[in-house]
Write a protein of this length. Structure first.
Length: 381
C-alpha cells in the first residue's frame, strides 16, 4: 500500500504505518489539547498508541496462526481503521480459515483478561459501575481500565459477521463446511453487505465514524464475492485455455522503431521479446514505449526499455494459480511457458476478464487450450 512506511520487522513480517494514521494521531492530539490542555493530549496519544499495539498483536494472532499452514504474511499495515495483514492467500480448508480468523480475537481476549486481573489487583471492581469501565473516551478512567474495555470492544466488533472482519471469515468457514467455498463466500458476503447497511443507518443517526466503516465493509464484502466468483469460474480451466496465443513478438536485436511499428500495426499493447530458442527475455509495453519515444531515438535497442522481471507460469497449471500470480504482480502480463520452458503466449488481466464474461454467460461452456500457438516473429538486423 502506498503512503506507508516500515517501523519494524517481526519474525519476517514488516510492520508498516500508513501516513493517515500519523495524521489521525496529530488530529486527535490537537482536539484533546484544545479541550483539556497538553496533559489530556499526551494521555490520548499514549492511549491510542497502546490501542494500536493491541491491534498489532491481534493481527499477529492471525499471522502466526496462518504460518501453521505455510501461509506467509509479508507485511501488516496500521491505518486509522485498524490493521491490514497481507496474507499471501486465504486457505480454502474451512477449518484452517476458522482457526486463523479466531486467532486474532483470541489475542484480544487474553490481553483483556490480563488487564482485568491487573485492574482487579489495584481497584475494587465491586465499587465500580460497568459504564465507568467502558468509558474509553474519559481520561478520568484509568489507562488500564480503558485498554481492557477497548480489547473487549475489539473482540465484539471483529466478530460481527461482515467481511472483511473476522466474524465474516468465521461465518464463511462455518458455511463452507457444508457448502462449496464460492457459495459460502457469496452468502457471507451478502450478509456482510447487509450489516454494512445497518452500520450506515446507525452512523447517520448517531456516529459518522460508523458511516465510514460501513462504506469500507460494503466495498470489501463485494470485492470478496467478486473474487470468489472469479475463482469459481476458473476452477476447471487451465492457464493455457486463457492464454493469448496469437502474439506479435520482438527479437532481442529489435529497435525502438520496430516496436513502434508493431504497436501501430496491431491491437496489442504488450510485446514479448523472444530469442531464437523461444525463450522470453522481457516485455515491451505501450506504457514504457511511449515515454521512450520522447527521449530516445529510432535505433534504441528494445533491450534497453523492456520490462525484465515478468513472472512466468506453465500452461498446464490451473488458471486460479495464474490469476493469483497476476494479482500480486506489478507486471501487466504473465509469460505462459510449455514444459520445456519456451514461451507459448501471454496471460493478461484483459483476457482473464473475457474468460469471466464467457463463464458468466455460459458456466458450462468448455474452454480448451489451443493446440497450436501462432507467433508472428520478426527478426530485425
Amino acid at each position: 500500500m502506498i503512503w506507508s512506511f516500515p517501523i519494524a520487522t517481526i519474525r519476517g513480517t514488516v510492520v508498516k504505518i500508513h501516513v493517515t494514521f500519523v495524521l489521525f494521531l496529530i488530529w486527535l492530539a490537537g482536539m484533546a489539547w484544545q479541550q483539556g490542555g497538553p496533559l489530556a493530549a499526551l494521555d490520548l496519544v499514549v492511549f491510542v498508541i497502546l490501542l494500536f499495539a493491541c491491534v498489532t498483536a491481534h493481527e499477529f494472532g492471525h499471522i502466526f496462526a496462518a504460518r501453521r499452514y505455510d501461509i506467509r504474511t509479508p507485511s501488516v499495515i496500521l491505518s486509522p481503521i485498524g490493521g491490514i495483514a497481507s496474507l499471501e492467500r486465504i486457505p480454502e480448508n474451512p477449518r484452517q480459515e476458522l482457526i486463523i480468523a479466531l486467532a486474532g480475537p483470541a489475542v484480544n481476549v487474553v490481553i483483556a483478561a490480563v488487564l482485568f486481573l491487573i485492574l482487579r489487583a489495584s481497584v475494587d471492581l465491586a465499587t465500580v459501575e460497568p459504564e465507568e469501565l467502558m468509558a474509553i473516551e474519559n481520561p478520568g478512567v484509568s489507562l488500564v481500565a480503558r485498554l481492557a474495555a477497548v480489547n473487549v470492544l475489539l473482540v465484539v466488533f471483529n466478530l460481527i459477521p461482515a467481511f472483511p472482519m473476522d466474524g465474516g471469515r468465521v461465518l464463511r468457514a462455518l458455511i463452507a463446511m457444508r457448502r462449496p467455498h464460492a457459495q459460502a463466500t457469496q452468502i457471507a458476503g451478502r450478509i456482510g453487505q447487509f450489516a454494512a447497511v445497518v452500520f450506515a443507518v446507525v452512523g447517520l443517526l448517531y456516529n459518522p465514524i460508523l458511516l465510514v466503516i460501513a462504506i469500507f465493509v460494503y466495498l470489501a464484502a463485494g470485492a470478496e464475492v467478486e473474487q470468489a466468483k472469479m475463482k469459481g469460474a476458473t476452477d476447471d480451466t487451465s492457464v493455457g485455455a486463457a492464454t493469448i496465443s496469437i502474439v506479435e513478438t520482438l527479437s532481442p536485436n529489435a529497435r525502438l522503431d520496430d516496436a513502434v511499428d508493431c504497436l501501430i500495426r496491431t491491437t496489442q499493447t504488450e510485446f514479448p521479446v523472444v530469442d531464437g530458442a523461444g525463450r522470453a527475455r522481457g516485455l515491451v509495453t505501450r506504457d514504457v514505449l511511449i515515454p521512450a519515444l520522447r527521449k530516445g531515438d529510432p535505433d534504441t535497442p528494445v533491450l534497453d526499455i523492456m520490462i525484465r522481471d515478468v513472472p512466468e507460469i506453465r500452461a498446464d497449471l490451473p488458471l486460479a494459480e495464474g490469476m493469483a500470480l497476476l494479482q500480486t504482480s506489478r507486471a501487466p502480463a504473465l509469460f505462459v511457458l510449455d514444459r520445456a520452458g519456451r514461451l507459448m503466449g501471454l496471460l493478461t488481466r484483459e483476457n482473464l476478464a473475457e474468460v469471466m464474461m464467457v463463464r458468466q454467460a455460459r458456466p458450462d461452456w468448455p474452454l480448451h487450450a489451443p493446440r497450436h500457438y501462432q507467433w508472428r516473429d520478426h527478426t530485425y538486423g
